[in-house]
Design a protein around this ligand. Structure first.
Ligand SMILES: [Mn+2]
Length: 235
């Protein structure tokens, strides 16, 4: 049995299948998917439909799932006076924002599904956890999509609000927990200052940053928490 983490798939279904193959993912293994499964690529729903069938895949919420869930749920409603009244500037702004960050691809795919499938997808998105705490061997990990905004050493993880977990990247120069690793996605590692190994997993200062830029022509990276082995969809 082995434990793996991947992140920021962004609709890259081919890359997702490749990385599962690379890690030789088995029923006895565990895989954490650290958010931003959806948007940009054209295979978001396909990935979600595969993930939801695997009881050993644990999804964690990303900012893209957060906005997708809100918009898709609104689209599922019957059009009537109430829903029209709800469609205020904020709602429309949300849709526009989502479209700008690749949500148009996800809507296109979502529309090809029947009502039951659409409901199952939304239900699944609501199951995504806000973060995970994982112990593998003697090592302890906190897995969260973006970071821990307004971090203090003595603040319990359960105290963080959702917006503090999915939008703001951590300071990768700062050690957050002296005895735990913080695993994050959200910010492609090519954008981490001082990282000379773009689109590869970045490890420093008890951070493990694993967004290898699948949404931007990069690749999907996986790390095995049992032995630190790294795997890449395109290598
Ligand atoms: Mn993100």
């Amino acid at each position: 049995m082995a434990t793996y983490v991947i992140s920021d798939l962004h609709g890259n279904y081919e890359g997702y299948r490749k990385i599962l193959k690379k890690i030789n993912f088995q029923a006895k293994d565990v895989l954490y998917v650290n958010g931003d499964v959806v948007d940009r690529g054209n295979g978001s729903i396909k990935i979600l439909e595969h993930m939801m069938m695997q009881s050993n895949i644990y999804p964690i919420l990303g900012n893209h799932e957060y906005i997708a869930c809100q918009c898709l749920e609104f689209l599922m409603q019957e059009i009537n006076q109430d829903t029209i009244a709800q469609l205020d500037g904020g709602k429309l702004e949300g849709f526009l924002q989502w479209q700008k960050i690749g949500g148009d691809q996800t809507i296109k795919e979502f529309q090809t599904k029947d009502r039951d499938q659409q409901e199952a997808i939304i239900d699944y998105l609501k199951e995504f956890s806000y973060y995970e705490e994982v112990m593998v061997g003697n090592a302890s990990y906190v897995i969260v999509h973006a970071g821990l905004d307004h971090f203090t050493c003595d603040r319990p993880l359960s105290d963080y609000q959702l917006h503090e977990l999915i939008f703001h990247s951590p300071d990768y120069q700062q050690v957050y927990f002296p005895d735990r690793y913080l695993i994050t996605g959200h910010l492609p590692t090519r954008s981490i200052a001082g990282n000379d190994h773009v689109d590869h997993i970045y490890i420093a200062n008890r951070h493990i940053a694993i967004d290898c830029g699948s949404g931007y022509g990069g690749q999907i990276g996986a790390i095995c928490l049992d032995n630190g082995a790294q795997f890449y969809s395109e290598e």
